[in-house]
Design a protein around this ligand. Sequence first.
Ligand code: HAM
Length: 426
Amino acid sequence: MSELRAPKGTQDVLPPESGRWEEVISRFGSAAHRAGFGLVIDPLFEDVEVFRRGVGGASETVTREMYEFDDRAGRRLALRPEGTASVVRAFVQHRPPLPWKAYYVTPAFRYEQPQAGRYRQHHQLGVEALGTEDPALDVEVIALLAELYASLELRAVELRVNSMGDAACRPGYNAALSDYLAAHETLLCGEHRERWRANPLRVLDCKQDRCRSVRDAAPRISEAWCDPCREHRTAVVEGLKALGCDYVADDFLVRGLDYYRRTTFEFRSLALASAQDAIGGGGRYDGLVQSLGGPAIGGVGFAAGIERILLACDAEGVLPACSERVQVFVVDITAGAAVAPVLLRDLRRAGISADRAYDSRSLKAQLKLADRSGAQLALIVGDQEAEDGSVLLRRLRSRQDDDLDSQQVVAQSLVVAAVRRAVTPR
Ligand code: HAM
């Protein structure tokens, strides 16, 4: 029988690597909470229309990359290729009070050609804020993501900002761009020579040299902005400056999803190759709520790929995996005295992570497991200790400010306090 493996383009994340995921997710979750966002958990699959109408029927993410299927009752469903459309669908269905600030952590599925940093199942951290067109919210959302990268000590990060215009000025820009591309069609890359008419904006972020040279002389969206879009844009960049948030203005930052109006932004890691350097991005989508059946309200948000953030951490040598699975390991060599379970319960209640060995292993075998667990301390209980109510506390890893002897006997009633003093908090 052939060996069963994770599907192409997916990966298993196991400890200790998954510890880095926990760290990124918990930093993101608490930052989102502090900014007034609440967690939303919504289905991984939706009626395919949520994405066709939400993300846009012409976007590649929907036309070429979506996992679509019929369920047993013949409903046409799709796995979410991203989080925004589902969160907006949930808003339209439940109508929570506005403004509504939601955050999520979710897998996203795209049938892409897998390569480093590009997967068929990737994982996003994201926020969506609905109910206002105030540019202050664009700034807040961008700054929240910038702060997350900074808290992870990522330094080689560049923020790019653009405005896609709105229903008033974008059609004129699209027409000007289409005229220009029609005149330069033969110079485009093979794919875009065939397909640019379906979505002319896509040519602007094509990475092929041929499209790049055509793009350089193309009409610029910044020249087409109407007055309200220009004002919105000015307020966003002024807000970023006030927060000391550096950015690069990028007329060609169009992003792959069709719902954007006005602000778009992307964070790139300068430590990663360009095919996988987008470590997060987002923007404003003022028509999206309405196109999914809700009121005409604005919205803005971002999503950041967890795998990409961790690749950037690797490239910058920050957030190493932690080899300490638990802080304390209980070694029980009694002939069945019930000391270990009580010790474990008390330590865990006190917020100290602790584990033990099972199956009555020898002292040597248990100490080996203790070492492998990465624990800082072993608590050893033999028959003698069980009898006189003590525990042998042994340091397994030395600490710089160590004032603990490598080994000491502690009364069982005082173990939690002694351990607390001796371990480095998590
Ligand atoms: P997106 O740029 O398509 O935006 O994806 C967000 C992030 O997910 C990217 O910046 C990247 O870090 C990561 N990502 C995307 N595709 C892959 C992949 N195949 N493999 C690994 N990582 C990937 C959105 O999804 C929008 N919903 C963001 C948004 C929220 N806009 C407004 N609100």
